[in-house]
Design a protein around this ligand. Structure first.
Ligand code: KG4
Ligand code: ZN
Length: 340
């Protein structure tokens, strides 16, 4: 089965074709980063208008790359939520329009399920069950994953997401948007420990996170003194280390609690090098295996939506009516299980 995936939940238009036998045939991404950069964050109305401009040309490009015609597609998957309502509606309308025109099944995908399953597109792919650490701009969650659609929430952030903390810290340090890569780049020139920031909730005894205090601590440092270039780099390095220490400690605790020996990392912050190095070191020390998506598939993309769509369509889980919805808010535990 060949599935066309359409991702339009936020500021990236992602399109891909995934083939159940041959794997990922083609994918393309249009990032709106430049469009939103002047505003320091995503402007929802601009995002949805830009998705309208990008989706159809990108679909043509991906089909050309794969050497396919539209009629070679067996099903269509789109991001149904969570995300920006207007942006989601663009992908949803095009997916359902194509479904009606081509008479093909259409399935709405939970964006985080896409992220969570994206390491299954890499080699080697993890077997179920595993613990997943989902770290994106909007979410920070630990999930106990027994199979496709069998997700148990173990813990999550009580305030800001890890990626959001990176983005806000970048703003405080006068770096651009998106903040994660910018903070990481500055942090590479600094040394953690020279400035001291807290590791929020690291000893809370549960698997929840909190990152808003960390951002406030950075704010106090930035306001309280004039930082030279070296001090800014040290602060960025300390901030990154604080986030990484907490993510690693909670991931290890989740593995112990569930008695799993596989950890899957997904979402934009999963591209962070310090996080990967710290998780790899912990894995080598403690005998668990850690899996990441291909770096290009860490942030939002159409491949993860096409892949999740293929799993769901194969199990006969297409939308039953041509009427469609998007779900700007949607919890992952309620997506429904895939059997067969
Ligand atoms: O998964 P994603 O592309 O979008 C959401 O679904 O939110 O994640 C984007 C988030 C942003 O907050 C961005 O700053 C962060 O991932 N990010 C990073 C890195 N690359 C992206 N954070 C830390 N280090 C990175 N290298
Ligand atoms: Zn995402």
């Amino acid at each position: 089965m060949r599935v066309l995936g359409i991702e339009t939940s936020c500021d990236e238009t992602g399109i891909a074709v995934y083939d159940g036998h041959r794997g990922l045939l083609a994918h393309a991404l249009y990032s709106q980063v430049a469009l939103h950069a002047d505003y320091g964050g995503v402007v929802p109305e601009l995002a949805s208008r830009d998705h309208v401009r990008r989706v159809l040309p990108l679909i043509r490009q991906v089909l050309d790359q794969a050497g396919l015609a539209l009629t070679d597609i067996d099903g269509i998957a789109y991001t149904e939520g969570p995300g920006l309502a207007g942006a989601l509606l663009v992908g949803a309308s095009i997916a359902h329009g194509l479904g009606v025109a081509l008479d093909r099944p259409v399935v709405g995908i939970h964006h985080l399920e896409g992220h969570l399953l994206s390491p299954l597109l890499a080699t080697p792919a993890p077997d179920f069950p595993f613990v997943a650490l989902l770290v994106s701009g909007g979410h920070t969650q630990l999930m106990n994953v027994a199979g496709v659609g069998r997700y148990e929430l173990l813990g999550e952030t009580v305030d800001d997401a890890a990626g959001e903390a990176f983005d806000k810290t970048a703003q405080l340090l006068g770096l651009g948007y998106p903040g994660g890569p910018a903070v990481a780049q500055l942090a590479a020139r600094g040394t953690p420990g020279r400035q001291h920031l807290p590791r929020p909730m690291i000893a809370s005894g549960n698997l929840d996170f909190s990152f808003s205090g960390l951002k406030t601590a950075v704010l106090t440092r930035v306001r309280g003194q004039v930082l030279d270039a070296a001090a800014r780099a040290d602060l960025a390095a300390e901030f990154e280390s604080a986030v990484v220490d907490v993510l690693v400690a909670k991931s290890r605790a989740a593995l112990r609690m569930t008695q799993r020996d596989r950890l899957v990392v997904a979402g934009g912050v999963g591209a962070n090098r310090r996080l990967r190095a710290a998780l790899d070191a912990a894995a080598a020390r403690e005998g668990f295996a850690v899996f990441y998506p291909d770096p290009a598939l860490c942030t939002d993309n159409g491949a993860m939506i096409a892949f999740a769509g293929a799993q769901r369509l194969r199990a006969g889980l297409a939308a039953t009516a041509p009427a469609f919805t998007v779900r700007p808010r949607w919890d992952l535990e309620s997506v429904g299980q895939v059997t067969g």
